[in-house]
Ligand binder design. Sequence first.
Ligand SMILES: *Cc1c(COP(=O)(O)O)cnc(C)c1O
Length: 353
Amino acid sequence: MSRYFTEKLSSLTPYTPGEQPKDMQYIKLNTNESPFAPSKSVSDAVLSESQKLQLYSDPECVNVRRELARVYGVDINKVIVTNGSDEVLNFAFMAFADQKNPLVFPNITYGFYPVFAQLNGIPYTEIPLKDDFTIDINDYIGINKTVVIANPNAPTGIALTLGDIEKIVASNPNNVVIIDEAYVDFGAQSAVSLVEKYENLLVVQTFSKSRSMAGARLGFAIGCESLIADLNTIRYSTNPYNVNRMTDAAGTAALKDNNYYMENCKTIVKNREWTVNELQKLGFEVLPSKANFVFAKCDKIDGEELYLQLKNRGILIRHFNKDSICQYNRITIGAIEQMQKLIDEITLILEEN
Ligand SMILES: *Cc1c(COP(=O)(O)O)cnc(C)c1O
């Protein structure tokens, strides 16, 4: 830290992204990316837009927002797009939380929530999950704070039902409830259908996982017009060109090919069920996942040891150095060949152990 770094941020601990080592070609099962390439119309759209890079992007991103409005059946004024959904989460914290409306989220969840809270000087409470890693919705009923819940949750993969989400939203009418649906396309119920009914609900999604666009950085939120207007106040006060031209075009093309992506999600769900079954045969305990990853542990091997041995063998999975979950690993569900290779290598590791 330089002696110039502002004191108010001197204790900020930044988010740690999943590792991207360059020393060899790994099978990457550590950052929940899609194993499938984007559709051809997406690469064509990017190439074509790249010829116009001398021009600023559309600050309103009308093209991709119009497609989002069509696909999700909402008015275009209920949609905002951002540079990844991380950006809209940050905007939402800035817009809807403060000393008087502190944040609450589970103690085991997406690691960016405490970082954005600290960055913006917002107090927050982490509410413990139950012993089985599920969220007790009673902890959030009428809590009168700004609620953030990833549904499905990460890194557990466990989802709440739409009914439970509605109870949380309905019981906190004086606070915004942010539902982070980064993984919703892999089997959970989306809360987008509740946006018409509740003015305090903000649903956040991303193109990074289910639409093969992690590298393009495109996220979005759906909520009532006034919430979206507030988020736009923040957006126009930070970076009105937050979504670049190629990403706007890529997102638009992806939504026109939505069936391709939803079919890919079905393949991932099938591969997930296969992987869960194989891991269980090897003695793993696997949490019930509705995401494109599973969270699993095995009594026969230490969590970090499994992670390290798989890395030596060219497979990356995600291990978290946090006491309550250090025996677990989060394993992204990829193509079936990748999952077969994972199972083969784990089998060998357990034999040699
Ligand atoms: C991956 C992820 C995001 C955001 O990813 P972006 O690439 O910034 O869209 C948000 N929330 C959760 C829980 C995630 O896992």
